[in-house]
Design a binder for this molecule. Sequence first.
Ligand code: SF4
Length: 71
Amino acid sequence: MSRRCPYLEEYYREKAGPLRTYHFDCHVDGLSHVRRRLSDSPPICVRNFEDCKLYQAEKHREDGLITRYTD
Ligand code: SF4
């Protein structure tokens, strides 16, 4: 099963020699992030994204909106 944050927009990896470059655009902060590592180390967005502070904040905000609409 693929683990992928629902707020993750663009995501791709590049490999150049030992260097891994991960590009990920987050819908919550609206930023394009680049992460470079010398070993496989994908960002939290494709792993345990529930632990991400941005994810938690946005989920909380959406849940709040849904609660309001159903009141
Ligand atoms: S895991 Fe966090 S940083 Fe990554 S896309 Fe989701 S909210 Fe954004």
